[in-house]
Design a protein around this ligand. Structure first.
Ligand SMILES: Cc1ncc(COP(=O)(O)O)c(C=O)c1O
Length: 358
């Protein structure tokens, strides 16, 4: 494979002179800071919030680098991984000219961001077993294909995609292969984050929103070669991660043990919940999950969705997605929430299929 990042990056980004912020130009410890038009009197909050945050989030990256065993220069941080997705489009895809490949059903933001950026979407739907159709993907690739989006474990199907298939694509495609690992911590599969050395065209996305329990903080991560990260840094807003997020992320990243305990607990509850739902009459399938949710196929899924809503339980109806007819995506809750869900499902089944006994 002849991967050349200079052929992938948008020509205007290649020559872009990135904005140089006050915090870029001076990074020392001076005590009279009159360089950034901040409010020198302070703030209504803790004093230091009058200052702009570190534009490159160095301390947070150091900590993530240690946990993930990746060089800090190979890490990009976004306002959620959603920002990483958008920045990848704006860095590498020429509006009205380039195309990308998605493998639906999958995380819809790859498509939304392609549309926002006016980038053509080519679609290679997952096979009926929700695995990649590698031959179809290879057929779709042309000179203008910049990114292949792969979500593993996949949202909304829950399964991990075959590693050999992903490696085949990485080996044969001369554009970027983005492996979105938002749910990797719930899986026993090996992350691709440790394979960056083998694949110059690989970008791995992870997030603090799922296993780390910090969706409200908005911190997403992209891992890739230094060159790719360098281009993404040129495109991002100067202070894209606010100071509160950086501070709290530093605290949270000390708590690997607590997070691992939550993961174990959530995975145990996922296994238990899957067993209970699978044993209910009329449930057609609970798909195997490597995530913190279950995809459940059941007749009249929309009616079950409405019934759950009437009980104050919100799940996601994914029936409208390709190859997902009559399917609800159900996030694993806490014990009490899971019990409420099971009771409500049982009640709905009894009402809807009167001959059924749960
Ligand atoms: C596969 C996948 N990628 C990315 C995201 C976005 O995560 P973040 O909260 O980091 O923006 C989600 C959120 O649900 C997701 O399911």
């Amino acid at each position: 494979m002849k991967f050349d990042i200079k052929k992938i990056v948008r020509p205007n980004i290649e020559i872009l002179k990135a904005y140089s912020s006050a915090k870029d130009e001076y990074t020392g410890e001076a005590n009279v800071l009159l360089d950034a038009n901040e409010n020198s009197l302070g703030s209504p909050l803790t004093k230091w919030y009058n200052r702009y945050p570190d534009p490159y989030q160095r301390k947070v990256k150091e900590k993530i680098a240690f946990i993930k065993q990746i060089a800090p220069a190979q890490i990009f941080l976004g306002n959620g991984s959603d920002e990483c997705i958008d920045i990848l489009y704006r860095t590498f895809c020429e509006s009205g000219k380039d195309n990308i490949i998605i493998c639906p059903p999958t995380y819809p933001m790859y498509e939304v961001n392609a549309n926002i950026n006016n980038v053509e979407i080519k679609s290679a739907p997952l096979l009926p077993n929700y695995q990649l159709n590698v031959a179809h993907i290879e057929q779709l690739v042309n000179e203008q294909t910049k990114i292949i989006w792969i979500c593993s474990p996949n949202n909304p199907t829950g399964n991990s995609l075959d590693r050999i298939d992903i490696e085949t694509i990485l080996n044969h495609f001369n554009g970027l292969v983005v492996v979105d690992e938002a749910y990797i911590n719930f899986s026993k599969q090996k992350s691709f984050a440790q394979s960056l050395i083998d694949y110059p065209n690989l970008v791995v996305l992870q997030t603090l929103s799922k296993a780390w329990g910090l969706a409200g903080l908005r911190l997403g991560m992209a891992f890739a070669s230094e060159e790719i990260i360098g281009y993404m840094n040129k495109v991002k807003a100067p202070y894209n991660i606010n100071m509160v997020t950086q501070e709290l992320a530093l605290v949270a990243l000390e708590e690997v043990g607590q997070v691992n305990d939550m993961i174990t607990h959530l995975v145990d509850m996922r296994v238990a919940l899957a067993e209970v739902i699978e044993s209910m009459p009329y449930v057609e399938k609970v798909f195997p999950s490597d995530t913190n949710f279950l995809l459940v196929k059941i007749p009249n899924a929309r009616s079950l969705y409405q019934f759950l809503l009437s009980k104050g339980i919100v799940v996601r109806d994914r029936s409208g997605l390709e190859n997902c007819a009559d399917s609800l995506r159900i996030t694993i809750g806490n014990e009490q929430e899971n019990t409420q869900l099971i009771d409500a499902m049982a009640e709905w089944i009894e009402i809807t299929f009167p001959s059924a006994s749960v």
